[in-house]
Write a protein that binds this ligand. Structure first.
Ligand SMILES: [Zn+2]
Length: 230
């Protein structure tokens, strides 16, 4: 029994972390958000809602500066104030912002946002257990090996999610008649914004390389083009 105590404790810790993270995330979002109200954007989200057979798509503004879009574990979609300001300033078009909303919808529809929160707390629990176990076998370097393994694992998991969410967004934008062009142009814009190194949009940091994302979208477009010719 004593042997399994660390693992048991780590699991309990992971579960408590999960409950706490979900609670804390929704409280933080509730306190710092309002519904996004913009006629031009609303027209676009209404077209996407129609393509999905939904009455409407609600989008919220999260009052923070970093340029980002996010999907909460409860399924709500958020655009940060910083991102919205770039749209108001004319640096990002309504269609480009709609492509971010479509991407976040993809994370919700494909169950990523909920799973990610579980992953996040689950990874903490696994890391804790690994550190305890490896610490005994490899004193000193055990914790370091444990975090390296976890970092590799989570990077692989999140990359797959991003491509899936991009593909979902492309299909939705295509079906709603908005098109994939804006999705690609936004990637290029955000990439340029990050060119200086400083002020890299958070939305890019957690995502794969721009050229690879664009290339993946072009594969989809070519397939759809082909399908419409036959
Ligand atoms: Zn994403």
């Amino acid at each position: 029994m004593l042997k399994f105590t660390p693992i048991l404790l780590a699991l309990l810790y992971g579960f408590a972390m999960y409950r706490f993270s979900v609670w804390r995330t929704s409280r933080e979002l509730d306190a710092k958000s309002t519904e996004l109200a913009d006629g031009q954007l609303r027209a676009l989200t209404d077209r996407m809602a129609k393509a999905l057979d939904l009455p409407r798509i609600r989008v919220n503004i999260y009052e923070i500066e970093p340029v980002n879009g996010l999907a909460a574990p409860d399924g709500r979609i958020f655009i940060t104030r910083g991102f919205y300001n770039r749209y108001r300033a004319g640096e990002v078009s309504a269609e480009e912002l709609a492509s971010v909303i479509a991407h976040e919808l993809g994370h919700v529809a494909l169950g990523h946002s909920r799973r990610r929160m579980i992953d996040f707390s689950g990874q903490n629990a696994i890391r804790t257990a690994l550190v305890m176990v490896l610490g005994r076998i490899l004193p000193g370097v055990g914790p370091w090996v444990a975090s390296m393994l976890m970092r590799l694992l989570s990077a692989r998991l999140s990359r797959g999610d991003e491509y899936e969410a991009d593909a979902y967004a492309a299909a939705l934008l295509h079906k709603a008649g908005i098109g994939v062009t804006h999705q690609k142009s936004l990637f290029r814009k955000l990439d340029q914004l990050s060119g200086g190194g400083r002020g890299v949009p958070a939305w890019l940091l957690s995502h794969p390389k721009t050229e690879e994302r664009i290339a993946a979208l072009e594969v989809l477009e070519a397939r759809w083009d082909d399908a419409s010719k036959h």
